[in-house]
Design a protein around this ligand. Structure first.
Ligand SMILES: [Zn+2]
Length: 238
């Protein structure tokens, strides 16, 4: 996305508070010059939290989305006051929501390692998540996938990011595991997420710094959604 909002969450996934200036307000939400709020994307829900103006007015934020221009829209609660353009605000994200999403999101990368098949979809809920795989004949076993995931988690692989050009990504199509959810083509640099020596793929989401932070997980169910589609759902054990 190429909007005007500086996406602070990319470089600072563990930061929860920031200061910003309001650059736009309308029915679609509040645009800031910079933000830690993650906008819904890649199966990960948008962040919630609060903005506080200089005079102490609290603006509850229910959800965060990209708009068509690529700006990040902070969606206030229906009854929340609206700030004025140019106003300074302090923002805080709801970490109790965000952190489990970071753990699940990172675990879904590991799931794509445990099950080396094309990914056709996925989503992240609160404390749980799922990926859909293009697998015609299922030989997946719930206990076996759970054991593989927990081994990968316990190995505490570091999670890091790097950037490549769109042309470099086009030259390495094997990096893209998702068939239906291609990373957005902005023409600009593409962010890759690397997990130790086991996974490397384009992703704009928020991740934990090392896999042990995910904690123990369990494969809740493996469903046959269609002849080719196997849906694998995971849940955090705590
Ligand atoms: Zn990711």
């Amino acid at each position: 996305m190429s909007g005007s909002t500086e996406a602070l969450y990319r470089e600072h996934p563990y930061a929860t508070a920031f200061d910003a200036t309001v650059v736009g307000v309308d029915d679609n939400g509040i645009v800031l010059d910079r933000s830690l709020f993650y906008p819904q994307g890649g199966g990960q829900p948008g962040d919630a939290g609060v903005l506080v103006t200089a005079d102490g007015t609290r603006i509850a934020i229910d959800d965060t989305r990209y708009d068509a221009a690529g700006d990040i829209r902070h969606r206030p609660a229906p009854d929340a006051p609206r700030p004025a353009e140019g106003e300074r605000v302090s923002g805080t994200i709801d970490w109790a929501l965000r952190y489990p999403r970071m753990r699940i999101h990172t675990c879904l990368h590991l799931l794509s390692v445990a099950i080396p098949a094309p990914v056709t979809g996925g989503s992240i809920g609160d404390g749980h998540g799922r990926l859909d795989f293009d697998l015609p004949e299922s030989t997946l076993e719930r206990e076996a996938v759970t054991a593989t995931l927990n081994e990968l988690i316990a190995a505490d692989h570091p999670v890091t990011t790097e950037w490549i050009t769109q042309a470099e990504l086009d030259a390495r199509p094997e990096l893209v595991k998702t068939l239906s959810v291609q990373p957005p083509r902005t023409g600009g640099p593409v962010r890759l997420v690397r997990i130790g020596a086991i996974d490397l793929q384009p992703c704009g989401g928020t991740h934990v710094a090392a896999t042990a932070e995910i904690g123990r997980v369990r494969v809740r169910k493996i469903e046959k959604k269609s002849r080719h589609n196997r849906r694998v759902s995971i849940v955090l054990e705590d």
